[in-house]
Ligand binder design. Structure first.
Ligand code: NAP
Length: 248
């Protein structure tokens, strides 16, 4: 069953990792995919071609999710290119880890701007379209770290916790217009973001997970399929932990 046939989706940060996995599977489910990147132009253009080969509309856009103006321009361009938007996935994110003692002000600000302010920028930009059509699904990529905290990630954890508060507030504000807003809290997912970690640290993470493995982008994609499609038509304001049982 192709659960997203003909739906238009915007994914921020689709060039790599989890966002790329979402773009690939969504296209297989019949979705037209607009996705952004920040600097990885070649992988983004390769993905655009791969998606077009699946017979859906697809386009890569270079757009900084941390910029309010660029987000507004992006959404206007996607509306022109695709003719509508049904689903927004706020996935773009970065880390600038350090103990609080050593964390620089710019590392705090950059992580908040890219991970949290971006969610405000993009949600504001699609809001008018979703209100007009009285339908829309917004999915925010939070993290288990936003639920439980993590030493060395005060900036990242604050951004991801902020996304949860934002998600619940938007769900309350826009529910009466049939606009749903949910968050996913991935656990330890093996992508380039976590590839920066020492192998010993990675193994200790895996050992501590009840399912005894790191997650894959596909694990997160399946949760996104649920929230993006009508399978979750009566679900809003939720945070789904996709973490192999880490928070249990
Ligand atoms: P990743 O492999 O590092 O990919 C990050 C993506 O975000 C890339 O496509 C990157 O584009 C894009 N990006 C970064 N800054 C951007 C900006 N300012 N504007 C637009 N795009 C930007 O990360 P990932 O592991 O797939 O993570 C995806 C999301 O899941 C993030 O929000 C992350 O916090 C969250 N998450 C990940 C894990 C995990 O274990 N991996 C766990 C919990 C939550 P470029 O390629 O151009 O740089």
């Amino acid at each position: 069953m192709r659960v997203l046939e003909g739906k238009n989706v915007i994914i921020t940060g689709g060039s790599r990792g989890i966002g790329k996995g979402i773009a690939q599977v969504f296209a297989e489910h019949g979705a037209n995919v607009a996705f952004t990147y920040s600097s990885s132009e070649i992988p983004a253009l390769e993905l655009e071609k791969e998606l077009l080969d699946k017979g859906v509309k697809a386009k890569a856009y270079k757009s900084n999710a941390a910029s309010f103006e660029e987000s507004e321009k992006l959404v206007a361009q996607v509306l022109e290119d695709f003719g509508g938007i049904d689903v927004l996935i706020n996935n773009a994110g970065i880390t600038k880890d350090n103990l609080l003692m050593r964390m620089r002000e710019e590392d705090f600000d950059q992580v908040i701007q890219t991970n949290l302010k971006s969610v405000f920028n993009m949600t504001k930009a699609v809001q008018r379209t979703f209100l007009k059509q009285r339908k829309g699904s917004i999915i925010n990529m939070s993290s288990v770290v936003g639920v439980k905290g993590n030493a060395g990630q005060a900036n990242y954890a604050a951004s991801k916790a902020g996304m949860i508060g934002f998600t619940k507030s938007v769900a309350l504000e826009l529910g009466s217009r049939n606009i749903r807003c949910n968050a996913i809290a991935p656990g330890f997912i093996e992508t380039e973001m976590t590839g920066k970690l020492d192998e010993k640290v990675v193994q200790s993470w895996r050992d501590g997970i009840p399912l005894k493995r790191g997650g894959s982008p596909e694990d997160i994609t399946n949760a996104c399929l649920f929230f993006a499609s009508d399978l979750s038509a009566y679900v809003t304001g939720q945070v789904l932990n996709v973490d192999g049982g880490m928070l249990t």
